[in-house]
Every structure is written in structure tokens, then in C-alpha cells.
Design a protein around this ligand. Structure first.
Ligand code: PGA
Length: 252
């Protein structure tokens, strides 16, 4: 089964308007000029510059989206942003369940599932993040934790065209540490087997599973060559157009 690779950039809480437009423009120009587009590209700037970044990337083929959304369509939810609002801005997708949201905002699998469901209802693509903490890995609980996150966070109407899973070990995010290739392969294959139980083998075979956590130009080729690794969710290195592009260019 060959699955198309997805290179996704999570800018987190970084980027004022001018920097964001410059970064998005640089990435969009490179992608647009690429004759053989062997990978899809997604960037997720902060809400405040989504409109400007979506505009900068317009007609380039780069997919722009948000880092979170509300589980509600509209109404009395101060400070929240609904999937319909994202769609209205020209977003193609949204990341949900990032470990920083799970940790900082106490997001549970149930809430992540509700957010993903709302995003799908608004016709957005969804990247659902899962991953264990260092304490969980050291206690030998990685597969238990990731399995529970997949079963709890992925809506049962998820399809391969609309939903992507990102495996991001919490201890690898922003630390420069990455799991061994065998560890990455083990977890990705396990996630696919959980998806097969949840959604059926056909959808599971087609669904992209990204690796995230300290992906850099120097380690991307190896990570992206692993079976069941269908792309990367990149944080820090997505803030520099050249680094982000160098990661994407390792896609074979
Ligand atoms: P990092 O972040 O690439 O800076 O480790 C990845 C992520 O949190 O998505």
C-alpha cells in the first residue's frame, strides 16, 4: 500500500503577521514551483494570522489550517473558534489533541473526539495527535496509552481522505530526542492495527500516520523512509522555510 506523504508544520504560538506572511509565502512559492509534487504540505499558524497566511498560500496547493478548534458550531463559548469559522477563512484542516493542548488545557480523549467530529462536520481535514509521556514510556505503557488515545479520540466516521493521525511522543517534542526507528515502527504499526479494529482494514490501510517530535532536516530522511510513517508533523523546524523545505525534500 503506497500512501502519499504529508509534511505538516505546526507553528504553535509563534508568528506575528509580517513574519507569518513571509514564512508562508516562502513555503508556498517553493511548493507551487515544484513540478513533481510527491508530498502534500500543510501549515498551521496561530489563529490571529490564519486569514493572512491562508491568503499568502492561496492557489499554491499548500493546505492551511488551525492548531485547535471548538467542539461547538457557534454560541456562548467565549474565546473559542468554531470549525465553521475556520472553514469560512479558507482553512482546509485543523490539528486536534496536540499534547500541549492535552496538557495545558486538560483536553481528554472524549473532548478531542468531539472536536474532530465537529471539524469533520464542517468538512475540514483533521490531524489527530496521540503520544505517550516519558513516564508512560519508562513504565512500559506506551502502547496502552496510545491505543486508548486512538480508540478514544478518533471518531467512528473517520475516513482516510479526511483524517490523519500524528504520533508524537511527548518527550520527543522540542527536546531534540527521538525514539529509535524500531520504536517508531512499532508504534505506527500498532496505531494502524488499532485503526483497523476501529474503522476497518481498508480505511486503516489508507490512513496517513505522521511522526512528530524533533523532526529536523538531519533525521527526516530516515524517519520518512520507515514503513507506516506517512509524513511528519514538524514544530520548531517548520518556523524556518529552508529547514521545513529541506525536511519535505527528503520525501522519496
Ligand atoms: P517539534 O514539535 O518539531 O518542535 O518537536 C512537534 C510538534 O509538537 O508538533
Amino acid at each position: 500500500m503506497t500512501r502519499r506523504k504529508l509534511i505538516a508544520g505546526n507553528w504553535k504560538m509563534n508568528g506575528l503577521k509580517a513574519d507569518g506572511i513571509a514564512l508562508a509565502t516562502a513555503v508556498a512559492e517553493k511548493y507551487k514551483a515544484l513540478e513533481d509534487k510527491k508530498f502534500d504540505m500543510f501549515i498551521a499558524p496561530p489563529f490571529t494570522i490564519l486569514d493572512a497566511v491562508a491568503d499568502a498560500a492561496k492557489n499554491s496547493g499548500v493546505w492551511v489550517g488551525a492548531q485547535d478548534c471548538s467542539q461547538f458550531e457557534k454560541g456562548a463559548h467565549t474565546g473559542d473558534v468554531s470549525p465553521l469559522m475556520l472553514k469560512d477563512l479558507g482553512c482546509g484542516g485543523v490539528i486536534v489533541g496536540h499534547s500541549e493542548r492535552r496538557a495545558d488545557h486538560f483536553e481528554t480523549n472524549e473532548l478531542v473526539n468531539a472536536k474532530a467530529t465537529a471539524a469533520l462536520a464542517a468538512d475540514l481535514g483533521v490531524i489527530i495527535c496521540v503520544g505517550e509521556t516519558l513516564a508512560e514510556r519508562e513504565a512500559g505503557k506506551t502502547l496502552d496509552v496510545v491505543g486508548a488515545q486512538v480508540r478514544g479520540s478518533v471518531p467512528l466516521n473517520a475516513t482516510a481522505g479526511k483524517v490523519v493521525i500524528a504520533y508524537e511522543p511527548v518527550w520527543a517534542i522540542g527536546t531534540g530526542k527521538i525514539p529509535t526507528t524500531a520504536e517508531v515502527e512499532e508504534v505506527h504499526a500498532f496505531i494502524r492495527s488499532e485503526l483497523a479494529k476501529l474503522l476497518g482494514q481498508d480505511i486503516a490501510d489508507k490512513m496517513q500516520i505522521l511522526y512528530g517530535g524533533s523532526v529536523k532536516p538531519s533525521n527526516a530522511a530516515e524517519l520518512l523512509s520507515l514503513s507506516d510513517v506517512d509524513g511528519a508533523l514538524v514544530g520548531g523546524a517548520s518556523l524556518k522555510a529552508d529547514d521545513f523545505w529541506a525536511i519535505a525534500e527528503t520525501v522519496k
